[in-house]
Design a protein. Structure first.
Length: 149
């Protein structure tokens, strides 16, 4: 009897975790990274399967750490519930950097964020736009470099 209870207690959390992983993997759509786009030069776009798209703009340019940045996201062909941008250091953990953007109008979102400083002269970042909708989460990665003066 004790063995049966132990097995159930161990298997239930595993089953719940598998259910959530399966559910999330079925509902997440990712766009491909466009290595040719340069956020320092202007707005970058990413296409999703089915033709919907997302655009990301970060100002002022050039993008610098420890300075307030204005983030603009535009979506086309997506029924959006919320938009966040996850900033992740490439090759270095820079902690949690995920501002939730404010809806300005249909398909237009904005916010302000300050990137953390890095001791390195050059830091590579990935800004992943996360779009939550009825089907799950759509993600679009954008990469850029920040240099320290």
């Amino acid at each position: 009897m004790l063995l049966s209870i132990t097995v159930v207690v161990l298997l239930v959390p595993v089953a719940v975790a598998i259910f959530h992983l399966k559910r999330n993997s079925d509902t997440t759509v990712s766009a491909a990274l466009d290595h040719s786009c340069d956020l320092h030069q202007g707005t970058c776009q990413s296409l999703f399967p089915g033709g919907s798209r997302v655009s990301l703009s970060i100002e002022p340019r050039p993008i610098k750490g420890l300075k307030p940045l204005q983030i603009q996201v535009q979506t086309e062909g997506i029924k959006t519930q919320s938009v966040e941008v996850d900033f992740r250091g490439i090759g270095m953990n820079m902690g949690y950097n995920r501002p939730k953007l404010k809806r300005e109008s249909e398909g237009n979102y904005s916010g302000t964020w300050v990137l953390a400083a890095c001791a390195l002269e050059r830091m590579f970042w990935e800004a992943t736009v996360l779009i939550k909708n009825d089907q799950g989460v759509m993600s679009a990665p954008f990469r850029f470099e920040v240099t320290t003066p």
